[in-house]
Ligand binder design. Structure first.
Ligand code: PRP
Ligand code: URA
Length: 209
């Protein structure tokens, strides 16, 4: 069974509402996506393991806790996931970054791969997969397949908005993947867009149409 966490912090909820507005400019949209990614990242990494380390403060020797366990890899799904990368890197600056290029066919809504470059040692890393939109779930499910084919079995997905249909698809295809989202919207419309949603995330981040 997938673990789905809706991060309903008021700061995130407020910023998502601004993101949705048709009046939000491309510059504002880009900045908000990065800020939301950082806030969501903080919460999604809450269970990172710590270990005791001996250190010396200016006052005395002591034992302090520091991060241990697997190193991280951040993997955005192109294009829109790119908008979330800097927010995550602000939290974990030494993380490796992989890229998976997928676009959705407008007729069939099926994802098509055009690029995949992942860190060599991805099987030893905790992967944080980034895509602001989980609609049908086809793109996220395909991206998770690529990562699993490379031997990685510890994956978290961070999406700003999720449709119930996308969450159900991930539950069926990848019940082991932890999903973090900022809001679960009502439904998909008949052309596969999230309702009420925010439109096309890639176009709004990059100012394309
Ligand atoms: C968008 C979005 C997701 C995908 C979600 O990308 O960024 O990757 O759609 O839809 P799904 O859950 O139904 O697969 P899009 O294919 O529009 O490509 P883009 O980011 O390059 O605009
Ligand atoms: N991709 C988007 O960018 N927006 C949607 O609403 C659905 C898929």
């Amino acid at each position: 069974m997938s673990k789905i966490t809706v991060i309903s912090h008021p700061l995130i909820t407020h910023k998502i509402s601004v993101l949705r507005s048709v009046d939000t400019t491309c510059k504002e949209f880009r900045e908000l996506v990065e800020e939301i990614a950082m806030l969501m990242g903080y919460e999604s990494l809450r269970d990172l393991p710590l270990e005791d380390v001996d250190i010396e403060t200016p006052i005395c020797k002591t034992t302090a806790k520091m991060l241990s366990g697997k190193k991280l890899a951040i993997v955005p799904i192109l294009r829109a996931g790119l908008g979330m990368v800097n927010g995550m890197l602000a939290l974990v600056p030494s993380a490796r970054v992989g890229h998976i290029g997928l676009y959705r066919d407008h007729e069939t809504l099926e994802p098509h791969e055009y690029y995949c470059k992942l860190p060599d040692d991805i099987e030893n890393r905790l992967v944080i997969l980034l895509d602001p939109m989980l609609a049908t779930g086809g793109s996220a499910s395909a991206a998770i397949n690529f990562i699993k084919q490379r031997g990685c079995n510890h994956i978290k997905l961070m999406s700003i908005l999720a449709a119930p249909e996308g969450l159900a698809r991930l539950e069926k295809d990848h019940p082991d993947v932890e999903v973090y989202c900022g809001c679960v919207d009502e439904k998909l419309n008949d052309i596969g867009y999230i309702v009420p949603g925010l439109g096309d995330a890639g176009d709004r981040i990059f100012g394309t149409k």
